[in-house]
Every structure is written in structure tokens, then in C-alpha cells.
Design a protein around this ligand. Structure first.
Ligand code: CMC
Length: 436
């Protein structure tokens, strides 16, 4: 496992409140990012910090993923995303994130083999789907069934037992594609396909999603490559909403299944992973209403929240989203090789083109993000919109696991427990119900 670099200590920062002054350590990470260490702030000064949305707060130190939002840099364990996208595979990237180093050929083969062996679901877990409504959102189905894994594997719930952690990791990575594919099959009333372990990770998922028991399913290599790439690009993104959820929930010492179930729910929201579904819905509504891309853009600029330009903007990337660059290229290739020309794609291209020249978007540094293009690819390969975010979750799983492992190995581990500044009534009287 790649170890964390020690934090560099810089001259202290001074904080003055009224006529009192305190000193706090300033630390620097391996990429030169600096932080004021306020661990003792409240104990020493009686004050806390107030930072809604945590835009200025570091919740941990981490050696998993580095992002420089100004420069548009993303690296997993130090390796640029562009290199991994070109030369690696999702299985290898998963190993890299979780175990902190690139695997040898033998290590990778063993990792892949153990994932393949755990793809099957317990028959009782499979039956859980019949209790869900047909129109259940796949993200709700996935978080439910991932949470339910804890009921099937009560022997591997200890987050501090290395053997239990390893088997839980293998089960989760192996079973999430099966769980996601079954959510889809249930929604369209088709039989579930047992995993076919002669296929690789992505091929198996595609067959369980799009195949049926009546005929052979040939995995399209172009689609498989595109999906593997999407999974790589989604695999980790440091302390975003779902990963912070995973760390916070995990800090209560709950098991990995319960933790990842919470992460899946956090990812579901349209401002986070759910944006890929929202992108296609936005493109469809533009097409259906017959409005132009330009009109829609003007509505988005007027602050009309119902016309927010989904797939644009990012809390961290203020130059470009490096994942979007890689994926745009892949997107063009996939559509070209599959010979797809769709109205939605035309609208997407037009939106992208005019937005990149529009003052409003340029000034606010709003660029297409990964979800803008991933939605278009998922759509092109025949995926229903409500499955997009579940596919994002499959990609993000190794990142969540890596961050969860790191949390538990951190010597400064403690339960996450932010504070607040209370603004409600002070010492309010209680009026009995008959006098209200
Ligand atoms: N369309 C129109 N205006 C926007 C958009 C957008 N997509 N994004 C931001 N703005 C405006 C916003 O109204 C604000 O304007 P003003 O300064 O005049 O008030 C300004 O840009 C700053 O926006 P913000 O909401 O303060 O930015 P944020 O960092 O809090 O939000 C965001 C980031 C991703 C939530 C937001 O850009 C957004 O809602 N984008 C659309 C949803 C989306 O694509 N999400 C996927 C993110 S990538 C996948 C992931 O990592 O989860």
C-alpha cells in the first residue's frame, strides 16, 4: 500500500479575536496544498468555523486522488487520469485505488478471478426484487439491495478485520453490476440472467443488462471499451458528496455494505451523479418542446432553476473537467463507429458550442462536466436514462472503498461530527395543546 507523505509544517498562522491572539499550525500536502490546522480551535478559542457546503474545509488527509480544479488535473494514486484512460482497465484501476499500487500481472489475475467468483446473488436476495414496484428507481433498488447484503453476510461486517474487509470488498465489486442489472430487468419484466463468469467484468454486466435467456448475447467490443472507460473516469473524485457521505457514515464504524448503500443514495441526487440522467431529460425536453438550444440557454442564464444547464459547472473544476475531455473524444468515437446520429446529440453539440462562447458561462467558469458526455454515451448504447446513475455507482465503487479503507487506517480516526451555529428560539415556553 502506498503510504501517505508526512504533512510539511510551515510557519504558524495567527488568529486574532478581540484583543487575544492564537497560533495555529499551517501544513502542506505533497502537491503544495496548504491548510490551517484548526483541530484545537474550539478548545482554545471557544469558536468554531462556519463553512456551509464545506467549500473551504478539509475533512481529512488522503493519498488516494489528487484534483487541481484550476489546472484541470485529476490523478489516481499520482497517475494522471488521461494515462489510465488510455492504458489501463477498470479492474486494474480498482486495484490501484483500493490497494494503493498498480498490481503485478499475477495480482491482477488473482483480483479479477476472485471478483468473477462472487458475481452470483443469493437466491433470496434475488427474490427481494419481486417486492419492489416495477417503476422503482434503480438507485433506490441498488441502495436497498446493497444494504441488504449485510443481512446475507453477517460474518463479514467488522470494519477492522482485514479478512472480513477483503471478502466484503470482493463481494461488493462483484455483485453491484448484478444488482444493478437486475433492477433494470425487474423494471421491464424480463427474466434475470445469471452472471456468466467466462465473461469479464464489463462484458458480464452488459450481458446481464441487455441479454435475454432465449438467445446468445455478443458483447460489442466498442460498447465494452466505452463503458470500461466510463467506469475508469468515474472511479474516484476525492471528497465529493457521496464520498464524504461514505466517510461520515463509515466513521460510525458501521459495516461496508451499510456505508456503500448510503453512498449510493448520496450519488443519486441530480446535483451529483444524478446529473447524467438529468442531462438526457433536459435534452429530451428541449427536443419535445421544440425550443432551440439558444432559448434554453437564455432561460438557464435568467436564473430559472427549472432550466439549469445540467452537465455544466463543477464545484472544483474551474478551467475544464479533465474527465470531460477524455470522454468527449470517446463519445465521438463511439457514436461514429456505431453510426448514431440523434436529435438529442445534435442539441447536445449545439448547447456545448454556444455555451463555451457565452459570457455568462465563460465568466462563471462553467464548462461541460463528465456527466454531460456520459449521459450521451449511455443513451447511445441503449441504456434507459434512469440506469445512468446506477452505472456511475458501479464506476465509483472502488473509490468509495479506497476512501473507506483509508479512513479506518487513519491514526487520527474519529467519528465525524460537525458542529453548528444555532439560530432558533432561545428557551421557548411550552404551550399545552388545549391552549394553542
Ligand atoms: N447552469 C446555469 N447556471 C449555473 C450552473 C448551471 N449548470 N452551474 C452554476 N451556475 C451559476 C449559478 O447560478 C451561480 O450564478 P450566480 O453567481 O449568478 O449566482 C454561479 O454559476 C455559481 O454556481 P454555484 O451554484 O455557486 O456553483 P457550485 O459550485 O455551488 O455548484 C454544481 C456546482 C455542479 C452543483 C452546479 O454547477 C450545477 O448545479 N451544475 C449542474 C448539475 C451538474 O451537472 N452536476 C454534476 C457535477 S459533475 C459530477 C459530480 O462530480 O458529481
Amino acid at each position: 500500500m502506498a503510504s501517505k507523505t508526512e504533512l510539511k509544517k510551515l510557519p504558524n498562522a495567527e488568529l486574532r479575536i478581540g484583543d487575544k491572539t492564537w497560533e495555529f499550525p499551517v501544513v502542506e500536502g505533497s502537491e503544495g496544498e496548504r491548510a490551517i490546522d484548526i483541530t484545537k480551535l474550539r478548545a482554545q478559542t471557544g469558536h468554531i468555523t462556519l463553512d456551509p457546503g464545506y467549500a473551504n474545509s478539509g475533512s481529512c488527509t488522503s493519498a488516494v486522488t489528487f484534483i487541481d480544479g484550476e489546472e484541470g488535473i485529476l490523478r489516481y494514486r499520482g497517475i494522471p487520469i488521461e494515462t489510465l484512460a488510455e492504458q489501463s482497465s477498470f479492474m486494474e484501476v480498482s486495484y490501484l485505488l483500493i490497494y494503493g499500487k498498480l498490481p503485478s500481472a499475477a495480482e491482477l489475475a488473482q483480483f479479477e478471478a476472485s471478483i468473477r467468483r462472487h458475481t452470483l446473488l443469493h437466491e433470496d436476495l434475488k427474490r427481494m426484487y419481486s417486492a419492489l414496484p416495477k417503476d422503482a428507481h434503480p438507485m433506490a433498488a441498488c441502495s436497498t439491495t446493497v444494504g441488504a447484503l449485510a443481512t446475507f453476510y453477517p460474518d463479514s461486517l467488522d470494519p477492522r478485520d482485514p479478512a472480513q474487509i477483503d471478502i466484503s470488498i470482493q463481494r461488493l465489486i462483484a455483485k453491484l453490476p448484478t444488482l444493478a442489472a437486475y433492477a433494470y430487468k425487474h423494471s421491464i419484466g424480463q427474466p434475470f440472467l445469471y452472471p456468466l463468469n467466462s465473461l469479464d467484468y464489463v462484458g458480464n454486466f452488459l450481458r446481464m443488462m441487455f441479454g435475454n435467456p432465449c438467445e446468445e448475447y455478443d458483447v460489442d467490443p466498442v460498447v465494452k471499451k466505452a463503458l470500461d472507460l466510463l467506469f475508469i473516469l468515474h472511479a474516484d473524485h476525492e471528497q465529493n458528496c457521496s464520498t464524504s457521505t461514505v466517510r461520515l457514515v463509515g466513521s460510525s464504524m458501521v459495516n461496508l455494505f451499510g456505508t456503500i448503500s448510503a453512498g449510493i443514495n448520496a450519488l443519486w441526487g441530480p446535483l451529483h451523479g444524478g446529473a447524467n440522467q438529468a442531462v438526457i431529460e433536459m435534452l429530451e425536453s428541449i427536443a419535445e418542446e421544440g425550443t432551440s438550444a439558444r432559448d434554453y440557454l437564455e432561460r438557464a442564464k435568467s436564473g430559472d432553476e427549472s432550466a439549469r444547464l445540467m452537465g455544466f459547472g463543477h464545484r472544483v473544476y474551474k478551467n475544464h473537467d479533465p474527465r470531460a475531455r477524455v470522454i468527449k473524444k470517446a463519445c465521438d468515437e463511439v457514436l461514429e463507429r456505431m453510426g448514431i446520429h440523434s436529435k438529442l446529440l445534435e442539441i447536445a453539440k449545439e448547447l456545448e458550442e454556444i455555451t463555451l462562447k457565452d459570457d455568462y458561462f465563460v465568466q462563471r467558469k462553467l464548462y461541460p462536466n463528465v456527466d454531460f458526455y456520459s449521459g450521451v454515451i449511455y443513451n447511445a448504447i441503449g441504456t434507459p436514462a434512469n440506469m445512468f446513475t446506477a452505472m456511475f455507482a458501479i464506476g465509483r465503487l472502488p473509490g468509495w472503498i479506497a476512501q473507506w479503507k483509508e479512513l479506518h487506517q487513519d491514526p487520527s480516526f474519529k467519528i465525524g461530527r460537525p458542529r453548528q451555529i444555532y439560530t432558533g428560539p432561545t428557551n421557548a415556553p411550552y404551550t399545552p395543546i388545549d391552549r394553542r
